[in-house]
Design a protein around this ligand. Structure first.
Ligand code: AVJ
Length: 320
């Protein structure tokens, strides 16, 4: 996930709160209205996302874990030994742990904006993998950052699981992959988890679960705007909507205004028509061919792709 990390900030004064306010006002001024999906993940949102990953309808997490588990020996045979594993947007290290156990990594470099969470996770991993160097980097992985000097001489393997890439618009995905190449350097490998386009009902249900957890996750965005930014959105007057946009190969999540209403935030007022929506997330679905084309267009060479028997999800190995 973008964070998988509790990082709520309810003081209303910090740098991150100002950035959130600026992004929220810009998004709500945009036509059509939108809010960036990275703001789903405060403490409450991260907990709701954890619940989503356990829902019967939400196949991506368990399917990707199954692929990593079943194919770990093959993955180990492809990537260089004694490499540094660099995880972009490291949440809970459940998936990295599988790779660390199966492959001979010399170092693990989890990269995330939440430093506290990273350091707490690193303490646990140090006990499990006493011979592994762990060098957490506190950074926004969508912007350029420096790798720690200690891993400079090691081969690099980037890791970007969870279909987080799906949250990026195609041009953003291209920019991210080029940036990852610049950070990791020539000869690096990359392991990326991608959700595959499939039966529409299957995708629809993954974002419209019977228990309503995804609806609560989506509405938490507005709860956060109220809590942290002092907005006055009436949560009961917005409905969760997730649809599959076939032309653009993406699930779209929206918060739909149930009636004409006006909400206020930091001296701005935002008017809604009945049925007008705030676009909160796009979750792009790929085919293996379309993902390979994206990788090639971003300076990477596909070396392998693994899927589950139902071809719901894929894990790709790339080299540059
Ligand atoms: C964390 C971006 C992969 O797109 O499936 C889950 C987030 N949104 N349910 C996804 C999410 C609604 C998830 N990613």
């Amino acid at each position: 996930t973008f964070s998988g990390t509790p990082r709520s900030n309810e003081t209303g004064s910090s740098e991150s709160t100002r950035t959130f306010a600026r992004d929220a006002i810009a998004g709500l001024t945009h036509h059509p209205k939108q809010l960036p999906p990275k703001y789903f993940y405060d403490a409450a949102g991260s907990e709701l996302f954890e619940q989503i990953t356990r829902l019967p309808e939400y196949y991506p997490t368990r399917t990707e874990l199954g692929i990593l588990r079943d194919r770990s020996a093959e993955i180990a045979s492809i990537i260089p030994e004694h490499a540094a594993l660099v995880e972009f947007g490291a949440g809970a290290p459940t998936k990295a742990r599988l790779l660390l156990a199966a492959c001979e990594f010399a170092a693990y470099v989890p990269v995330d904006i939440s430093g506290d969470f990273l350091n707490a996770q690193a303490r646990g991993l140090r006990k499990e993998f006493p011979h592994l160097e762990i060098h957490p980097v506190t950074a926004d992985f969508t912007a350029p950052f420096h790798l720690p000097d200690q891993v400079a001489a090691m081969p690099k393997v980037g890791f970007f699981p969870g279909s987080t890439l799906g949250n990026f618009e195609p041009h953003e995905a291209n920019r991210f992959l080029r940036g990852a190449r610049d950070i990791l350097g020539k000869g690096a490998y990359m392991l990326i988890g991608v959700d595959l386009e499939k039966n529409e009902r299957r995708m629809y249900e993954a974002y419209n679960d019977a228990a309503g957890v995804t609806a609560r996750f989506n509405l938490n965005m507005l709860a956060r705007v109220n809590r942290e930014l002092g907005g006055n959105f009436d949560l009961a007057a917005f409905a969760h909507r997730a649809i599959y946009n076939r032309e653009r190969h993406r699930i779209e999540m929206h918060l739909v205004s149930k009636k004409p209403q006006t909400a206020r935030l930091h001296g701005h007022s935002f008017a809604f028509r009945a049925g007008e929506s705030i676009h909160t997330e796009s979750s792009y679905k790929y085919s293996i061919e379309r993902f390979n084309a994206l990788a090639k267009g971003s300076g990477w060479t596909p070396v392998a792709a693994w899927t589950d028997p139902e071809r719901m999800f894929s894990v790709h190995a790339l080299v540059c």
